[in-house]
Design a protein around this ligand. Structure first.
Ligand SMILES: O=P(O)(O)OC[C@H]1O[C@H](OP(=O)(O)OP(=O)(O)O)[C@H](O)[C@@H]1O
Ligand code: HPA
Ligand SMILES: [Mg+2]
Length: 184
């Protein structure tokens, strides 16, 4: 039987590391939005596992919406072209909006989204990301809250994919470079 584990060089953040850190992030965000009802926006597909776990660590009233965006396609490098495949269902004007991402790498995806969403006049717009890879940043983008500052490696698992696979690994791991055989 083929196993995803054969393609993993090493586990960077275990399921337990993630669970512990997500609990802390949830507590922090719950105190930020203590007197508000934030609209929590997951950037799919990558943020699906993180948003599901994070919001269950936030025992406050909140609403959830999703955007589907893609810029990596089947490559390990950002195409630089961000495509919105599904926009928000809700109007965000006057709302406190929390964008939830799995990873910020070049920053191109969120820079593009933040610029679009800011024009819709939210009351506030904040970013939480499970992983931040500042070494590869191409545009100025600083998240408000970060789970882990990650090394410059191509990561998979807990929502992160390579060519749509590996999202279902329960941990975040470094993908063996022989799997993608591209220069990064
Ligand atoms: O900072 P950047 O270099 O823009 O990279 C980060 C973005 O790339 C990934 O999405 P992807 O386009 O792979 O879509 P996916 O979430 O469906 O995997 C990830 O989920 C972020 O949205
Ligand atoms: O390291 C990564 N892994 C998966 N998807 C990504 N999108 C940006 N960086 C990454
Ligand atoms: Mg992807």
């Amino acid at each position: 039987m083929e196993s995803l584990l054969d393609d993993i060089q090493s586990v960077l953040y275990s399921a337990e590391d993630i669970r512990r850190r997500v609990k802390e992030l949830g507590a922090e965000l719950s105190s930020w939005y203590r007197d508000e009802v934030p609209l929590v926006v997951g950037i799919l597909k990558g943020a699906s596992y993180f948003l599901a776990d994070l919001t269950r660590e936030m025992p406050i009233p909140l609403e959830i919406d999703y955007m589907v965006v893609s810029s990596y396609g089947t490559s390990t490098r950002s195409s630089g072209v961000v495509r919105i495949l599904k926009d928000l269902d809700y109007d965000i004007s006057g709302r406190h909006v929390l964008l939830v991402e799995d990873i910020i790498d070049t920053g191109l995806t969120l820079r593009y989204l933040v610029d679009i969403l800011a024009r819709r006049n939210p009351k506030s717009l904040k970013i939480v990301t499970l992983l931040d890879k500042p070494a590869r940043r191409k545009v100025d983008l600083v998240p408000d809250l970060v789970g882990f500052t990650a090394p410059d490696e191509f990561l998979v698992g807990y929502g992160l994919d390579y060519a749509e696979r590996y999202r279902n690994l329960p941990f975040v791991g470094i993908l063996k470079s022989r799997v993608y055989a591209e220069q990064r």
